[in-house]
Design a protein around this ligand. Structure first.
Ligand code: ATP
Length: 435
């Protein structure tokens, strides 16, 4: 006999089947044992009678919670609970064969079945992450990841983008020089990339026209917030022959709408955004916030409180969960963001906010070498250290732009989870490098 899933067994409803999974509940009585078996798609009550098989009944007594067993037996309809006004048809198994495939130690460090979802024990849960992820609602986080990425990728492929893989080990820091991890690299040192920025631009200089990538990004920020980790998955795309940053926002809308549509296939509550997303310049956002008495800490950027408040306002006014904030001053942006022709203090850049949090930074890039060099010098950067990057532009590079997206933050918000660490499979933060 070969294993079938619990869902398939329930669909079958009768006959003899073999199922396998984790034992999530054990009730021992005189001459009778009830086990609850769980696999990926469901759970089933197992009935073990001493009178039918004394040996199996004796073995049942040695099983600890979360052990993995394989059982065979006859399926039968489960008797409805007494006084249940809406009994749902369900099945149980009368066990005739039982094998312990992997015995769990007694005394689980964290419970798998009972709810322990409050923030206070998140660290404890993360210490035992593989047990924490045995719960279906935690596993669902990664089903959302898979769907969201499926939609992201499908839209870009439909628009003829090509996927590339860029190195994480770099000889220079990719952007500002701050916030990078240094690693010993043979007899020299290397840095872990804080974004694929320079390399995706190289692909544009290579004439690739449209590229995207998904991969790890590293930030050596000692931040203890609920939205920063030190290693995260970044989604990036970059494309050529754009007219301005608005082309990039248009594409990101299409990509996100498709990604949310895919998530919706999971039957979870999620609002698929509609195009166009609201677009406001940073100056307009600041004016709106001022009007409701929110004091700005910095005039060139948004604080977390300002991000939350502007999202709340836009939701109230326009019913939209997304907002593009555009035209950041040069002080808030890296040297390679293109400046507006009419106002050299403003960049052709944007952030995308979703339900109170920044999920994307994007911009048209400066592709003219002389202007790029000047902008780098304005920011006090060393042109020699940037030589490899600047070389990308020496033999012509098309006008282009793109985005860096943080999918973990999107998933946090879709699932109403407070801490980014919870949506990372194995989060890395200032204090956590294990398991
Ligand atoms: P923030 O201002 O929130 O620190 P950032 O401006 O440093 O973010 P970018 O460098 O523009 O972020 O990165 C692009 C996207 O990557 C962000 O919009 C965000 O979604 C995500 N991101 C950035 N830093 C982190 C981090 N430490 N952990 C998780 N995601 C991040």
């Amino acid at each position: 006999m070969s294993r079938i899933s619990i869902a398939a067994a329930k669909a079958q409803g009768s006959g003899k089947v073999e199922i396998t999974g984790f034992v999530q509940n054990i009730r021992l009585m005189k001459g009778l044992a009830f086990l609850d078996l769980r696999d990926l798609g469901g759970n089933m009550q197992l009935v073990i009678e001493e009178s039918s098989d004394a040996d199996i009944y004796a073995r049942t007594q040695t099983i600890n919670l979360e052990s993995i067993i394989s059982v065979s037996g006859e399926l039968k309809e489960k008797p409805a609970k007494k006084n249940d006004p809406n009994p749902v048809k369900d099945y149980e198994m009368l066990v005739s064969e039982l094998n312990i495939l992997s015995l769990a130690e007694a005394n689980l460090p964290i419970p798998v079945l009972t709810k322990i979802d409050n923030e206070a024990n998140l660290e404890n849960r993360l210490d035992w992450r593989w047990l924490d992820l045995r719960r279906s609602e935690h596993r669902q986080i990664f089903q959302v990841w898979t769907k969201l990425e499926e939609g992201f990728r499908a839209q870009l492929l439909a628009e003829d983008f090509m996927q590339i893989y860029t190195p994480c080990l770099m000889s220079t820091a990719s952007e500002t020089g701050a916030e990078v991890f240094t690693v010993k690299y043979f007899d020299t040192k290397a840095y872990l990339s804080q974004s694929p920025q320079f390399y995706k631009q190289m692909a544009i200089a290579s004439g690739f026209e449209k590229v995207f990538m998904t991969g790890p990004v590293f930030r050596a920020e000692a931040s203890f917030t609920s939205r920063h980790v030190t290693e995260f998955t970044g989604w990036d795309f970059e494309f050529a022959y754009i007219n301005s940053h608005t082309d990039i926002m248009d594409l990101e809308e299409r990509v996100l709408i498709n990604a949310f549509k895919k998530v919706k296939e999971l039957n979870i509550e999620v609002e698929i955004p509609v195009s166009p997303f609201p677009r406001l310049s940073l100056a307009e956002v600041k004016a709106k916030l001022k009007a409701i008495g929110i004091i700005s800490e910095k005039d060139h950027d948004l604080s977390p409180e300002e991000e939350r408040e502007i999202c709340r306002l836009i939701k109230e006014e326009q019913g939209h969960d997304f907002i593009f904030v555009t035209d950041y001053p040069i002080a808030a942006r890296p040297f390679y963001h293109m400046r507006h022709e009419g106002d050299q203090n403003l960049t052709k850049s944007f952030d995308l906010l979703y339900r109170g949090i920044e999920i994307t930074t994007g911009a048209q890039r400066e592709h003219r070498l002389d202007v790029l060099k000047k902008q780098a010098l304005d920011k006090g950067m060393n042109l020699e250290e940037l030589e490899d990057y600047l070389n990308f532009f020496r033999y012509a590079c098309p006008p282009h732009g793109g985005v860096g997206i943080g999918p973990a933050r999107i998933i946090m918000k879709i699932l109403n989870i407070d801490n980014i660490k919870e949506v990372c499979f194995l989060p890395r933060d200032v204090k956590r490098l294990r398991p």
